[in-house]
Design a protein around this ligand. Sequence first.
Ligand code: NAD
Length: 483
Amino acid sequence: MHVYDTLFIGGKFVPPASTETVDIISSSTEEVIGRIPATTTDDIDAAVAAARSAFDDPTGWSTWEPARRAEVLDRLADEIEARVEELTPLVAQQNGMPITLAHQLESALPAGIYRYYAELARTTEFEEVRPGVLGGRAVVRHLPVGVVGMVIPWNYPNLICATKMGPALAAGCTVVMKQSIETSLDSYIMAEAIQAAGVPDGVINFVPGGGATGAHLVAHSDIDKVSFTGSTAVGQEIGTKCGELMRPVTLELGGKSAGIVLDDADLAASVENLFVATLVNNGQTCVLSSRVLAPRSRYDEVVETLAGLFSSVKVGDALDPETQVGPVVSKRQLDRIRGYIAKGIEEGGRVVVGGADRPEGLDKGWFVQPTLFADVEPDSTIAQEEIFGPVVLVMPYDDIDDAVRIANGTKYGLAATIWTSDEEKGRELSRRIEAGTVGINHFMTEPVAPFGGMKASGLGRELGPEGLASCQHLQTVYLPPAS
Ligand code: NAD
């Protein structure tokens, strides 16, 4: 049992404003595995005050040479890696992520992102002098945007944390991070890593909590920028609030991505990558190709290949190293996903593998069978709405124009995959797809390149140098001609 009675604010573990607590449940066993304080708006105020004061310190973090901040980021990466055995089982227990995946995506990749931004801080120009057209000069500065309020979901708590904090810290910003309650226990291990890395007090503050505390943070008068990852519905609310306040905002939202199988795809060679692209993290991944589009001539073969894959994956306790698909995060998510499966059947879809019943032999835990639908219409509910569970559908297309039309035919534009033996053909087709990221024959988010969505999948970009730029303000200083 992991019981925490403090919050990480101002570089210290401090008592919360309220004595109320929240239980944290294992999604594999439904047992209570931890307890944390129920964060209130008073805690958010304290966290914002600490971040504000750290940012405004005239000799503090935001004024340091970028290379000095980079040293801290490198140490943070080391401290995360040193805690992999504490961190990753907590993530796996809370949100159901298979432990082997948690090692890779909740420890190694976050550490890699902090190191990437450390290197970028060392090698990027934060100030340059440009000769003017009439003989004057312009100094162009990339200043830290200020105190960033961050709100994140439960599906990849440390990866999303790194995606947001890496560039913000490299830029010289300070942070108030509101994690989801569902995955809050691991944030205490991260806070210990932050202390051990020597991050100055107040630069990073953690206030795991619910929607009301998130809304308070987003609208707080001492926040300079908001960075949100979560559902489109909440993103729209936050975007509206930030518009009202004229506050910069990055929104990473939902998706309903297409996986387009071309007529020359080598399906047999793609099975492992198809698993990652359609089911990774039990379907709780925003970028998944949850709508697979197959040429009519190969439709049955694609359905059969995916059916073989879905019926062979090992479903089980997230802590078991053999598990490929764990439970979903909560009872609420389980009910939601089952509701979509029922809706898919009601609207005429054919369940090829899986269904709404519990997987055999798993009497406890929020498990959903990996479920494959065929014969689904592109405008049906399960082909249009994000399910966020291990539910995938296959739809036929007539020709490439038809595939593009179906792929682009939802409100979302987060990601896509293309499966082909001809990489050049895949790259050409990717231009026609309304998606912020496209994977050819695989999908793996790459920290060096921008990530984000088009249409209802979001605004702005994270990762890459573009992610650093999104944490900076530009200031120009005009100088007279040099004498
Ligand atoms: P959610 O929108 O319900 O919650 C996300 C976060 O927002 C949580 O921390 C929650 O407490 C907080 N929140 C809820 N209401 C709020 C409000 N009114 N104001 C401020 N904060 C509020 O999403 P979720 O169910 O936690 O996560 C799943 C969603 O996240 C899916 O839609 C998924 O596609 C999306 N997601 C997107 C990306 C991406 O990079 N595009 C990555 C991961 C997840």
